[in-house]
Write a protein that binds this ligand. Structure first.
Ligand code: ATP
Ligand code: MG
Length: 353
């Protein structure tokens, strides 16, 4: 069966890491005996340059017909003064696809311990971040001038159903892995968090076998560092998830090691897959970007949108083995290029399979 994929390479190192990841996808597809139909479109700064719009109508039309979208990265300093900003294209894309859960698995690979004094080898977990609510979208928001002084404001807002669906997903993931669900909020202070915690308590009735750990976000930040092994499946609202998933990035040693999936339900859902890192304009065009985040995003895509769990495992194992053998890009202190590292991963996949 052919699978269709819309590819949005974006800006900076986006095209470089996407090209690397697509080689891995091609390999897996060939082994799996299916074809991947790809269509490419513009987003972010590249789209602004060509069409004046960070999320142009042609891209919108393609995305509306697609279940699976693979994205590189958007943004860069050259658009800082532009009236339209590249990141707004990404926000519009997520909202358009109706994707409300951002999954960020993290894993400390062997040999990476030196990049983070806190990292424990083989540590693994997943942050599930609500993506369409909270401070990022609540109205009213904006700037004003009060008594001659500039003011700014935003609003955090959540409806119960918006909390329930992501919390339910958290329970499903925790249940499948046989681990507790850690729910992070600030229910001692915030109304949205009180509703969050109440909803978790209600949904847990449907998952009597899943232990629940409630944590305030401040306490969670500390404990995540001290006892990361407790944080195997974490579910939280938009802003807290943004912060905690970068913390997880620090824990594993580099944001370049993380992939992400943005979905609207359990496996088989629509999805947007992208590395967690940004467009890294400082190393753009040098061919040295670390492709691991993008390659892991391919594994997530195969698993979550297509239900191909086995090839996803091969990809992860190949990355572990390649790092274990000492190959790495300069961000991890190595001398590999994006291309040579990806070549090594492909060789490992040949061996595993
Ligand atoms: P954004 O606003 O898009 O998140 P950012 O500036 O916060 O961007 P990145 O673009 O991720 O963050 O870059 C942060 C630093 O990490 C930069 O020095 C960049 O070179 C480095 N970096 C990010 N991704 C990679 C990668 N895949 N390989 C190597 N270095 C990377
Ligand atoms: Mg950033």
């Amino acid at each position: 069966m052919a699978r269709t994929l819309v590819i949005l390479k974006g800006d900076g190192i986006g095209p470089e890491v996407v090209d690397a990841a697509l080689k891995v996808l091609d390999w897996a597809a060939q082994k799996g005996g299916y074809a991947v139909e790809r269509q490419e479109a513009l987003i972010g700064g590249a789209a602004i340059d060509r069409t004046g719009d960070p999320f142009p109508s042609e891209t919108r039309a393609l995305v509306d017909r697609a279940d699976t979208v693979f994205l590189g990265a958007v943004g860069g300093p050259q658009w800082d003064r532009h009236p339209k900003n590249p990141e707004s294209g990404l926000l519009a894309l997520r909202a358009r696809m109706g994707l409300w859960a951002n999954l960020r698995p993290f894993e400390v690979f062997e040999g990476m311990e030196s990049f983070s004094p806190l990292a424990r080898p083989h540590l693994r977990g997943m942050i599930i971040r609500e993506l369409l609510g909270g401070l990022y979208f609540g109205q009213p928001r904006g700037r004003s001038v009060v008594n001659g002084e500039p003011e700014a404001m935003e609003t955090s807002r959540y409806a119960r159903h918006e909390i329930e669906r992501v919390v339910r997903l958290g329970f499903q993931v925790a249940q499948r892995q046989g681990v507790p669900l850690v729910s992070v909020d600030k229910a001692n202070v915030l109304e949205t968090s009180k509703l969050w915690r109440q909803t978790v308590e209600e949904v847990r009735q449907d998952f009597p076998d899943v232990p629940v750990i409630h944590r305030y976000v401040d306490a969670a930040a500390m404990e995540f560092v001290k006892k990361p092994e407790l944080y195997q499946v974490v579910v939280t609202e938009n802003l807290f998830g943004d912060i905690l998933s970068d913390l997880a990035g620090g824990l594993v040693g580099s944001l370049g090691l993380l992939g992400s999936a943005t979905v609207n339900g359990l496996q088989g859902s629509r999805g947007l897959y992208e590395p967690v890192h940004g467009s890294a304009p400082d190393i753009q065009g040098q061919g040295i970007a670390n492709p691991i985040g993008a390659i892991l995003s391919v594994a997530l895509m195969m698993e979550w949108s297509w239900g191909d769990r086995e090839p996803a495992q091969w990809i992860r194992q190949a990355i572990r083995d390649t790092l274990k053998e000492g190959y790495r890009t300069p961000d991890l202190g190595g001398h590999d290029t994006t291309e040579s590292f990806t070549g090594r991963v492909l060789q490992q996949m040949e061996q595993i399979h």
